[in-house]
Design a protein around this ligand. Structure first.
Ligand SMILES: [Zn+2]
Length: 247
């Protein structure tokens, strides 16, 4: 989907996502965000987004909702000092939109057709009870194996070494899944690459945003008797102006 397809979330969207997503795994929460930000898109189209493209889309929604600046926090791996620094989503979003492509590889006498995991695969893996079954679900979805005789081989029948190679390969197929920033500690000078879990970060922000909105609605409803619907329909600027008079 084109980058411009994503709109910012309204206050009502944020509260809906927060409420519905509360008990869902991370991947399904991410799909809730995308569905709200692209209401005209078919859900199946969203669910088929490779995970790297999904993460870029989430950052585009975040940027359209709250701007491109992120106030990030990290702990220095060398001196354990707490770092606070700004990040800009702009360079990430300006990069290539080309995600992972299907590939073939030969290993251990098998020909493997591989594709990068998408949102459906992640959701299925997240419902598994342990890591081994999650990996089996991903392999079954993303790998088609052919043996020496040209016949299909079920993924579960592949030798462990081939399954391991296939698991590593499908995760490396999509370069956009790597969302990381170079960080330098101001105290000790240590530099490292900070991996950024986009869905987890966004969910945390949605939680903060939703709790703030609930507080604003409560204050305005008490002061003026307005409904939640009417308060959320206001622009943030108008809401803030009324809050200043709510005493
Ligand atoms: Zn340090």
């Amino acid at each position: 989907m084109a980058r411009g397809a994503w709109r910012g979330l309204s206050g009502a969207d944020v509260l809906h996502i927060w409420e519905v997503g509360h008990d869902l795994p991370s991947g399904e929460r991410a799909l809730l965000v995308l569905a709200a930000a692209a209401p005209d898109a078919a859900f199946d189209e969203l669910a088929r987004l490779p995970l790297g493209a999904r993460d870029r889309a989430l950052l585009a929604v975040r940027t359209a909702t709250l701007g491109s600046r992120i106030d990030a926090f990290a702990q220095c791996p060398a001196c354990a000092g707490a770092l606070e620094f700004p990040l800009d989503t702009g360079p990430l979003l300006a990069g290539s939109e080309a995600g992972g492509r299907p590939q073939t590889m030969r290993t251990g006498g098998y020909l493997l057709n591989l594709r990068p995991p998408d949102c459906r695969d992640e959701a299925a893996a997240e419902r598994c009870v342990d890591v081994a079954s999650a990996e089996a679900v991903l392999l079954a979805a993303c790998v088609c194996a052919t043996g020496d005789d040209g016949g299909p081989v079920p993924v579960e029948a592949l030798p462990d070494s081939v399954r391991r190679a296939a698991a590593d390969a499908i995760l490396a197929l999509d370069p956009l899944t790597d969302v990381s920033f170079d960080v330098t500690c101001a105290d000790c000078g240590c530099g490292w690459s900070l991996a950024f879990d986009v869905p987890a970060f966004l969910w945390q922000e949605i939680g903060h945003h939703a709790r703030r909105l609930v507080g604003e609605v409560a204050t305005l409803a008490r002061a003026y008797g307005w409904s939640e619907h009417d308060i959320l329909a206001m622009s943030p600027a108008r809401r803030q102006s009324y809050l200043a008079w709510a005493g």
